[in-house]
Ligand binder design. Sequence first.
Ligand code: C5P
Length: 432
Amino acid sequence: MTPDAAGPRATIVVGVTGGIAAYKAVSLVRTLVLAGHDVHVVPTEAALRFVGAPTWEAISRNPVTTQLYEGVDQVRHVALGQLAELIVIAPATANTLAKLAHGLVDDLLTNTVLASNAPVVVAPAMHTEMWRNAATQANVATLRERGVTFVGPASGRLTGNDTGAGRMAEPDEIAETALAALKRRGRGPRSRRARIDEASDAGRLDLDGLRLVVTAGGTREPFDPVRFLGNRSSGKQGMAIAAAAAARGASVTLIAANIGTDALPATIDVVDVSTTLELEKAVTDAAAGADAVVMAAAVADYRPAQVQQGKIKKEHTGERLTVEFVVNPDILAELSAAKREGQTVIGFAAETESDPATLLELGRKKIARKGCDFLVVNNVGWNHGFATDDNDIVVLNRAGDIVMEASGSKLSVADRILDATLSGREESTRHA
Ligand code: C5P
């Protein structure tokens, strides 16, 4: 990555806390330095047990200290915090997440974060039990609420023989998220208060306090390292819903499947995924703390049974290529079945059926099959529905009744979808 690709040279603080994944942060620092940035590593004492200061100094090309009381004349913790244009913490332990959530400042890193207005990107790494612990999840929710961007954790092999959620995201993914946050910082990380004020000024604060998860884009199912089965979803409607909800005060997590999200406000927490199984994991994790889940993404119903390690070559396959597919999980149906009390699940049905009555009939059958609270039905075709800026939708409730019809820009339609589902939520709470 060249400095041009990442924008002008910026001062980035990389906080490293005490987990074995610290060794992977070395390559994160290297990527940021090679992208042309001035990188200052702030390890905790515990982090230095895993990777020593000489490594951080050599890789970052800057001096490294953990000491709060060294060089007091330079007021180091404030100076670094004020200088930073971006703070990335990788790996972030449960302990550091707890300290950040509560504003505890007992080392140089936590002091630096508290003394800074820079956007913060955090890559947690810990054992599954610690990640799922209610205390950790509450701290994560608090930090998200304040505009901290989370990347990962991924699911996979942990330090021991166990596997599960808690593995630090790969350094490339963290670097990508960090550089995207840096690009967006022009608009500045708006605090929840600022967001509320903004929405309030616009006269709409009706989603304040609501935690919304939105999926957008289309999944890709690879069958060799260079090819995949995908779909034409542009993610525009899902991104419009995320943006509209954030503007109305909701705290929003967007699970983005193969779409560019740079244009979205920095307060939206974006989790990038590619395949259906990745989307399933990300949305299931995020749904645990959500009041509403909007499944706007176009999810592949099937994935190749086998992914070839090398590129499939015509010389070997001849005139025909047969790829066997296996069925993917139906995430919407799973989420609907696992729904918590008070949680609203909204699905989408993009159908090529152009006759309105038949389209509605398909929608009614679909909502009955999927078990979600609302279904947004729209007609798609070669030239409409995908990639366009306008949409034409009908929202059905569980009984199959039409609760909303809207057409217009995807942003205006997004607001109407939110209106319909919000009034549906209020109704079900009243009847509960
Ligand atoms: O069955 P169909 O693909 O038309 O359903 C569309 C809805 O179901 C969308 O909300 C989509 O996000 C969701 N879906 C899913 N898992 C699948 C396929 C679709 O969650 N495997």
